[in-house]
Write a protein that binds this ligand. Structure first.
Ligand SMILES: *[C@@H]1O[C@H](CO)[C@@H](O)[C@H](O)[C@H]1NC(C)=O
Ligand SMILES: *[C@@H]1O[C@H](CO)[C@@H](O)[C@H](O)[C@H]1NC(C)=O
Length: 318
């Protein structure tokens, strides 16, 4: 009836080409379609995106704004990586949230102690068979913040003045991914050394996203105990301090090392030469023997003598 009336108004308006009446018509028509009170079940939530801290309770709200059915069917599904599973079904908490959650009137779900695995999308579905519009659903995304654990830090024990070096810091548990800060002797290094009197001459760059602390040219004053802190909205954690020593270019040390190296080299050369010379002498000696005929002849004579002796022995045996 209402629609016919409206259509009639529309026809009249159209024939008269009266724009204000046309607008009035659309206003009435759209409001009659969109105002839900008379139409059926409608859900609402206070937060479509919910952040919770791990090990703390959180309530996902599913407010039923309008309904005529007395005993609607309420279901909650968890959708993780596109795979849905029931968390509230047939008036019971099941699946991942079993014993860890409860349904609170009218259709909210309260998780007593969230864990990182609860990070997912949750869908509240209400079916009201006696209503004209008998179904509505609402999607809520829950993200559980995880406090960082102590990061792994790597600090070089000893570096030389004027060289470059990098200190590293990494933490993998925290969610969302933590931001990193560095401390020298319990004092936080400002993001930009230029902003502080104390560190103005230092050449470091901090990358708060990756945890790197890079010195382009290490100074004496950069020596100290360093630790890094990983921080996100859920909390923070740090690694134990580690000492970085900065030493001068050690000219005496380098000289001594070179000196030692030269000595070792000469010793090696002397040894090799000595060995070779002995080898050569030996070879030369045999040549000399060949050259010295008289001595050689002596040898030959002895050989002959031996041979003769042998022959003699042989004949003796025969
Ligand atoms: C939450 O769960 C964790 C581990 O599952 C437990 O250590 C902690 O005590 C619980 N917190 C509360 C408030 O129950
Ligand atoms: C930084 O360097 C300048 C010039 O070399 C010097 O005057 C100043 O004292 C230094 N500041 C610090 C904090 O070492």
């Amino acid at each position: 009836m209402q629609l016919q009336l409206l259509l009639l108004t529309f026809k009249q308006s159209a024939t008269k080409m009266a724009t204000p009446r046309l607008l009035l018509f659309f206003f009435f028509y759209i409001s009659s379609v969109c105002i839900p009170s008379s139409v059926g079940v409608t859900l609402r939530t206070t937060d479509k995106i919910v952040w919770a801290n791990e090990f703390e309770p959180i309530e996902l709200t599913c407010v039923i704004e309008s309904i005529s059915t007395n005993n609607p069917r309420i279901e909650w599904k968890k959708i993780k990586n596109g795979v849905p599973s029931y968390v509230y079904f047939q008036k019971k908490i099941s699946g991942d949230l079993e014993h860890r959650a409860q349904l609170r009137e009218p259709a909210n779900i309260l998780i007593f102690n969230t864990t990182r695995s609860d990070t997912a999308e949750y869908r509240c579905e209400v079916a009201a068979i006696d209503d004209q519009r008998d179904f509505d659903e609402i999607l809520i995304s829950l993200a559980v913040r995880v406090k960082p654990v102590a990061p792994r830090c790597s600090v070089p024990g000893s570096v030389t003045v004027g060289t470059s070096t990098e200190l590293r810091c990494l933490e993998n548990e925290g969610f969302p991914a933590p931001q990193y800060r560095w401390f020298q002797n319990n004092e936080e290094l400002p993001q930009d050394p230029k902003t502080s009197l104390k560190f103005a001459n230092s050449s470091y760059i901090i990358n708060p996203d990756t945890g790197g602390l890079k010195f382009r040219r290490v100074r004496k004053a950069d020596a100290g105990e360093y630790y890094c802190q990983a921080r996100n909205d859920a909390g923070h954690a740090q690694c134990p301090p580690q000492k970085m020593e900065v030493h001068d270019v050690d000219i005496l040390g380098i000289f001594l090392k070179c000196f030692a190296a030269v000595i070792v080299f000469f010793c090696l050369v002397a040894f090799v030469c000595h060995y070779l010379r002995r080898g050569c002498f030996h070879k030369k000696g045999s040549n000399e023997n060949n050259y010295k005929w008289p001595a050689q002849r002596d040898g030959v004579d002895y050989g002959d003598a031996d041979e003769g002796h042998f022959r003699h022995k042989s004949s003796f045996i025969i």
